[in-house]
Write a protein that binds this ligand. Sequence first.
Ligand code: HEM
Length: 200
Amino acid sequence: MKYFNKSVFYFIVNVAILLIVLTKTLFAWSSGPPAYRTGAPGDEGTCSADGCHNSFPPDSGSAKFSISGPSAYTPGKAVKIGVSFSDSGGKLHGFEMTAVDADGNRVGKFKNIGSTTRVISPNDPARGLEKKDKGKYIEHTIKGSKKKSWKVKWTSPASASGTITFYAAGNEADGGGTNSGDYIYTTTLEIAAESSASGQ
Ligand code: HEM
């Protein structure tokens, strides 16, 4: 009986530890930040909010952080968008991105290419994305935090028109496993609609 109680006790302790580790990993921000942190109009700021990565002023680091893409998009068609750090001394890197039309609406649908990025899901309790913004935010994953550049797909709505602005916030992190000692960057890229780009 005494041996049985001890083993049950150890079993319960082990399960509890496992659950704590799993929860911490699942909800760790290093595995991808909360939604609405790209610096876009209407977002809740960036990664450098109070209590987050605010060791240094945004864009005070020496790395280069940029978004790349085609000069124009065709409504309803997918384009490839790149996000990258260069000249960075960071141990880990991360980002979050969204796309906004000329009226300030978040538009289009992102798609990850491979497992280094993830489209934030409204069903993800840790990231607080509203259902209406499904598909409109993409970010790094834990695997992706080991990279300095990422390629994703973005499909504009068939009704899209005018210039679309991509907003991204990025983290050049020291790999310390905390939210301190990391440099935060912001950047944008404008892509015109095909017709206006070709002057027709
Ligand atoms: C787009 C914005 C953000 C990006 C790209 C980002 C990226 C990262 C990265 C790469 C790490 C690992 C840092 C390291 O090990 O040195 C990290 C950790 C962390 N981040 Fe962020 N982050 C963002 C926003 C936020 C926000 C808004 C908060 C606060 C609500 C936050 C809280 C934390 C915390 C507490 C950690 C350390 C522990 C953990 O992994 O949970 N982050 N983040």
